[in-house]
Design a protein around this ligand. Structure first.
Ligand code: ZN
Length: 139
């Protein structure tokens, strides 16, 4: 087994009006966090998400242009093109409690967000092109 130990945890608030994916990515790159996990809750002003079409092998992007709660954001941090990369999925809810979700993309604007980032110690996980899925998976 290749177990990874959590060595550090950051917890804090992200910037109002920031782009959720970019804020998380920037933080990880600034702190040089190469391996870890992310969890967050809060609210967004609008969201841009993606769905991976397995037949076409491409992401289909969609925008939810309304105020939504972040019920959960869960993600991981690994290496792509030599830099820390955040891969996150998010579940959002509207004022009736209806949920939406998908792969977090740029264009999701923070109203408020409380994030926890756990840093792991271990071998780097590096993303590369995966033939079976056409996705940049861990090689
Ligand atoms: Zn994804």
């Amino acid at each position: 087994m290749n177990l990874m130990k959590s060595v550090q945890t950051y917890m804090g608030k992200l910037n109002h009006d920031g782009d959720l994916l970019n804020e998380l990515t920037q933080f990880c790159q600034e702190k040089n966090i190469k391996l870890g996990r992310i969890q967050a809750i809060g609210a967004v002003k609008k969201a841009t998400l993606a769905y991976y079409n397995q037949d076409k092998r491409e992401y289909e992007y969609f925008t939810l242009d309304k105020h939504l709660e972040i019920l959960d954001l869960v993600g991981n941090i690994s290496i792509r093109d030599g830099k820390p990369m955040v891969h996150a999925h998010i579940t959002l809810a509207d004022q009736e409690g209806k949920a939406f979700g998908g792969h977090l993309a740029e264009g999701t604007i923070i109203f408020a967000c409380e994030a926890v980032i756990e840093v792991y110690e271990g071998n780097d996980l590096v993303r590369g092109y995966d033939e079976q899925t056409s996705l940049p998976l861990w090689s």
